[in-house]
Design a protein around this ligand. Structure first.
Ligand code: HEC
Ligand code: HEC
Length: 388
């Protein structure tokens, strides 16, 4: 694809290599101001930051939804339905093969992460996305894909590439090839900027209290990254500058920056989910804790209550045998030790999902670090990881 199209379609390209200031500036948004958790929840769930101008005016997703996205298709692309927003009995009456039902659900604010304007006669006029699209799941209590919101849980069923590929504005073959290559649970948060195609799994937005640096490569604090995504990926109307990445976007009014403190407070309030009762063997997990701290050497990096040393250092890809591709695209050039609380909840593992299961994670380290763990020690380590 041509970079001009990337700019046109997916990015406010006000910047070029030549525009970069000589002196790097540090990312502006810090994690300091005290915010309001309840307001932050509203923003996380329902605020589009004005990104309708992109999802509606540029991508014309409202037309796509009205003509071809019935609820079965939507659920198949990993979209989730908030059961609490549904009037009683509505699902029994609804025709789940009719796009009009999707529009009705949007009118009820029941599709997690999508915000639409729907007229009284059932026409969808505007649509935008919110943080919850990628970082909320539901508990499937009504049926798969329909239930109560679980904010902070990564939506690993969501297929953002497939959804984008439906846009009439993104039909050229090269773009289609990239978008359809990502698959469920993955998104590339740099592709529209650097044109490289190396998606990451969508990470959780829970369990981040006490973790100073966010993203797989530790690019910056939560608010830095929230601003990056809201402005450059969701295409909300906001200001974001990062001289190292060569991005300088100034918006007026700025619908992003004033919300970052509340959004931060909400994310910090989201605890990692505790493992379901009976999901691990406590005695084996206790022996696994000793392997984690001892022969496994895991605790040398996964340290402290959050199981990460991210507040002190990052790691070269070669230290843990990771593909260096993603690290080379950001500013840090390294990987952050992933906080492990709730790890049971979110396979696959590592930034690119290269380990399908926790046993695969342990096998990777055993081989790469030459740990010489016995089959029993590996199994105990897995039970411990399942307990976090
Ligand atoms: C299209 C899907 C998508 C949307 C929408 C989205 N994110 Fe993300 N988010 C991602 C991906 C993918 C990453 C991983 C990027 C990386 O590490 O390089 C990420 C990373 C994060 C992280 C870092 C987690 C960690 O432990 O490193 C936080 C926090 C986060 N997002 C919060 C938000 C908030 C708040 C919003 C709304 C302003 C938002 N995201 C919108 C996909 C999304
Ligand atoms: C040298 C530091 C270091 C050591 C030692 C280490 N890790 Fe990691 N760990 C990391 C880094 C960095 C990542 C992120 C890698 C990535 O995403 O590509 C990570 C990621 C993980 C993940 C993936 C979490 C997720 O949600 O994707 C798990 C699980 C994990 N480590 C467990 C372990 C275990 C078990 C051990 C000991 C056998 C161990 N680690 C040893 C640094 C380390």
């Amino acid at each position: 694809m041509t970079s001009a199209l990337i700019c046109l379609a997916l990015f406010a390209c006000a910047d070029t290599e030549a525009d970069r200031p000589a002196e790097p500036e540090s990312p502006a948004a810090s994690d300091s101001a005290a915010g309001d958790v309840a307001l932050g929840q509203q923003i996380f769930r329902f605020d589009t930051f004005g990104d309708e101008r992109f999802w509606t005016d540029t991508l014309r997703m409202h037309e796509v939804i009205a003509t071809s996205v019935d609820p079965m298709t939507a659920l198949g692309a990993g979209l989730k339905v908030d059961a609490d927003a549904l009037p009683p009995g509505i699902l029994e009456q609804a025709d789940l093969s009719d796009p009009a039902t999707t529009v009705a659900l949007l009118g009820l604010d029941a599709v997690v992460g999508l915000k639409a304007e729907v007229t009284e006669d059932g026409r969808i006029t505007r649509v935008g996305i919110t943080c919850a699209l990628c970082h909320s799941d539901v508990d499937d209590s009504v049926q798969e894909g329909i239930g109560r919101r679980l904010d902070g849980h990564p939506n690993r069923d969501l297929n953002p590439g497939l959804i984008l590929s439906l846009s009439p504005a993104l039909q050229d073959p090269a773009t289609q090839a990239v978008l359809t290559s990502w698959g469920p649970g993955k998104y590339d948060a740099y592709w529209n900027h650097d044109g490289k195609n190396d998606p990451t799994v969508i990470p959780p937005a829970y369990g981040l209290e006490g973790v100073d640096l966010e993203t797989f490569t530790g690019e910056g604090p939560i608010s830095y990254w929230n601003a990056y995504v809201a402005v450059t990926q969701m295409h909300g109307q906001g200001s974001f500058s990062d001289s190292l990445l060569g991005i300088e976007i100034v918006a007026s009014p700025d619908l992003v920056t004033p919300k970052l403190a509340d959004l931060l407070a909400y994310q910090l309030s989201l605890p990692a989910p505790t493992p379901p009762a009976g999901s691990f063997d406590p005695a084996a997990a206790e022996r696994g804790a000793a392997v984690f701290a001892g022969q496994g050497t895991c605790a040398s990096c996964h340290s402290g209550p959050t199981f990460t040393d991210a507040n002190d250092r990052l790691h070269d890809p070669a230290e843990t045998g990771m593909d260096p591709g993603l690290a080379q695209r950001g500013n840090s050039r390294q990987y952050r030790t992933t906080p492990l609380r709730g790890a049971w909840q979110r396979p696959p593992y590592f930034h690119n999902g290269s380990a399908a299961t926790l046993p695969d994670v342990v096998d990777h380290y055993d081989a790469f670090l030459g740990l010489d763990l016995s089959p029993e020690q590996k199994a105990e380590l897995v039970e411990y990881l399942k307990s976090l």
